[in-house]
Structures are given as structure tokens and as C-alpha cells.
Ligand binder design. Structure first.
Ligand code: GLN
Length: 207
């Protein structure tokens, strides 16, 4: 088997926001990143990152281009990782204001919960990941107000989860792609690789 066949192909939703930094982080941890702007480009991908940006702008684009439903189906069946606005898109419920979302992550999320753009912050805190404390870059971040019982909290800020995992779904309210630490992207790519391997064993993903 060649390396190209083993490499997990991870898409980055490239409508708006900091998708480029995610693509670089994915490449750093050995995944093949692909920019996704159309529903057809999801075909053949093993996982997807929904980056930060402005969730309302992304939503409008998805709805206008008939992409919302296909994206929801992909996210329900594959590993996905949302960061900041991506977390808002994945949530079950969005507040401040109420807006549509994919309903993939069992969480209630409040937008812009830590103040205005100027109040963005870089914090360092312990996490459930092995190794040192985690640097967390918050930019007009949402707050995860509540999570369902299947959601595991991997890091918190002031008692609120900021990095969570629900099976094959990961979400961060900060921007791991803007830090040099690649542990979070590595964990996501591990989840993608395991999911891909299991599909191949069960014969659902013929190469
Ligand atoms: N404030 C943005 C929103 O509500 C999210 C900010 C970000 O992704 N950095 O969509």
C-alpha cells in the first residue's frame, strides 16, 4: 500500500475565515488537506474542519448554495472538527442571537460571549491532552453554555468547556490553528484515521 493511500484526506471548509492556517496545521501532522467550497468537494474526504470566521456569513453562503443539507449529512457520518465559528455551526442550539445550525454537537452555544473583538485573549491552561498546558487564542469567541452527557470536556475557561469531544466530533471555541502546538490537530487526524480504517475493514469505503 502506498503512503498516498494511507494519508487521511481532510477537508477544510474554505468559504471564509482562517481556513489556510488549518490546512497548514493538517499538513504538519501528516494529513492531506483539501479546501472545500462546494458540496461535490466533500466526496472522498475522510474528515472535515469547519474553521473560525463569521458564522452568519458562512451560514448565508451554505444556504444560498444549497450546501447546508449536504454538509449536515457529511458531518453526521464523518469525523468533524469545528473551531470558534465552526463550533457555532456544529452546535445543537445557538443563542445571541438564535440562528440555524447543523445540530451535530450536543451543545448550546452563545455567540460573542466574551465581549468585543478588542477583548480577544490568549490564555494558557491545563487540558486533558498529554503534555504541557495548552495555549488558547480566543477571538470574539462563543461560550459553550451546556453540553449533553456524551460530550467530554478536554479543556475549560472559567468553568465553561472550550475544547470538547463527542465521539468523532471535536469542537474548540478558540483557534488552535493559530498556535504552534499541533496536539489538537494531531488528535483530530488520529480520530479521522481510526474512522477511515474501521470503514475500510467493514468494506464500506472501497479503495
Ligand atoms: N464571532 C464569530 C461568530 O459569532 C466567531 C468568531 C471566530 O470564529 N473567531 O460567528
Amino acid at each position: 500500500m502506498t503512503n498516498a493511500r494511507i494519508l487521511p484526506r481532510v477537508g477544510v471548509l474554505a468559504i471564509q475565515g482562517d481556513y489556510d492556517a488549518h490546512a497548514r496545521a493538517l499538513a504538519d501532522v501528516g494529513a492531506g488537506p483539501c479546501e472545500v467550497r462546494k458540496a461535490e468537494q466533500l466526496e472522498g474526504l475522510d474528515g472535515l474542519i469547519l474553521p473560525g470566521g463569521e458564522s452568519t456569513t458562512m451560514l448565508k453562503f451554505l444556504e444560498k448554495h444549497n450546501f447546508f443539507e449536504t454538509l449536515r449529512e457529511f458531518c453526521a457520518a464523518h469525523p468533524v472538527f469545528g473551531t470558534c465559528a465552526g463550533t457555532i455551526l456544529l452546535a445543537r442550539e445557538v443563542r445571541n442571537p438564535v440562528q440555524d445550525s447543523l445540530g451535530i454537537l450536543d451543545a448550546v452555544v452563545e455567540r460573542n460571549a466574551y465581549g468585543r473583538q478588542i477583548d480577544s485573549a490568549i490564555l494558557t491552561a491545563p487540558s486533558a491532552l498529554p503534555g504541557d498546558e495548552l495555549e488558547m487564542v480566543f477571538i470574539r469567541a462563543p461560550r459553550i453554555v451546556s453540553v449533553g452527557s456524551a460530550v467530554e470536556t478536554l479543556a475549560s475557561r472559567d468553568g465553561a468547556p472550550v475544547l470538547v469531544r463527542q465521539g468523532n466530533v471535536m469542537a474548540a471555541t478558540f483557534h488552535p490553528e493559530l498556535s504552534e502546538d499541533r496536539r489538537i490537530h494531531r488528535l483530530f487526524v488520529e480520530i479521522v484515521s481510526i474512522h477511515k480504517a474501521l470503514l475500510e475493514i467493514s468494506g464500506e469505503n472501497q479503495l
